[in-house]
Design a protein around this ligand. Structure first.
Ligand code: C5P
Length: 241
């Protein structure tokens, strides 16, 4: 698929138009950003593993009836995806209380509750992505009731499926951010952003060692080696299916 002009440049990704108006190519940069851009580094190879892991997981979701934007890998740092109309809501699904929620609720990072918590944030940098729930989304016209129901359903199913997959690979999915869009080819709701160590927290199941972007956020080192480890563990599970 021929790559054309840049449609969007983010901190960690580039989105290119293609010769097909319903498809884009997403390029994962070797850049890590945290704390709203306060911390930034170039990490050689990060884009390769974020791209590969995202492809693995989005393909698993596609194969299990959870539609995503992923079509196919097209390069080391690139994948072909369905074009979407963005729905500006971030869904955060949490199996443990970690990160910003642990701070907000005053519990230790990684607090286990036995409950899955789903949060929604209105994706607006100027407003610092405020917390919202369905009523706010409806009032702002961000999505219809049916669309919200569908996004909640897909988020719950994706979380269950990926928890099981990660467990088979000796890892625990602590939390994950999902974004959705309306596919421009048929208008359906699909998962429309990467699912990678940049957007989830993942621990080694036995040692609780952090394998995800917290390694960068907290200066734990070996970020790219850890992303490669995640990729290899998932690949092994998928090979033995
Ligand atoms: O830091 P916080 O607890 O809000 O993050 C929850 C999860 O969502 C983490 O896995 C984090 O990497 C992800 N996240 C994200 N993009 C954001 C905010 C959070 O991928 N803008």
């Amino acid at each position: 698929m021929l790559k054309k002009e840049i449609l969007f440049e983010g901190n960690e990704k580039l989105i290119f138009a293609t010769e097909d108006p319903e498809r884009v190519i997403i390029h994962y940069k070797d850049v890590a950003m945290a704390f709203s851009g306060i911390k930034r580094a170039v990490l050689r190879g990060k884009g390769v593993y974020a791209n590969r892991i995202s492809a693995q997981l989005l393909q698993v979701l596609n194969d299990n009836g959870i539609p995503t934007h992923f079509v196919e890998l097209t390069g080391e740092r690139e994948q072909l995806c369905r074009k979407i109309e963005i729905i500006p809501i971030e869904f955060i699904v949490r199996n443990r209380i970690a990160g910003s929620l642990a701070v907000r609720l005053g519990v230790e990072d990684g607090h286990a509750t036995g409950h899955v918590i789903t949060e929604m944030r209105y994706n607006d940098d100027d407003l610092d992505d405020p917390f919202i729930h369905d009523d706010h989304a409806l009032a702002l016209g961000l999505a219809t009731e049916d669309e919200l129901r569908r996004m909640h359903e897909l988020a719950e199913r994706a979380n269950k499926l990926l928890c099981t997959l990660c467990a088979k690979a000796g890892m625990e999915l602590v939390d994950m951010k999902l974004e959705f869009g309306r596919a421009t080819d048929d208008g359906s709701i699909i998962i429309s952003d990467e699912i990678s160590p940049d957007t989830f927290r993942l621990w080694d199941a036995a040692t609780h060692e952090r394998l995800d972007k917290d390694r960068f956020r907290l200066d734990l080192g070996d970020v790219v080696a850890s992303y490669r480890d995640i990729y290899e563990r998932i690949a092994k599970v998928l090979e033995n299916k």
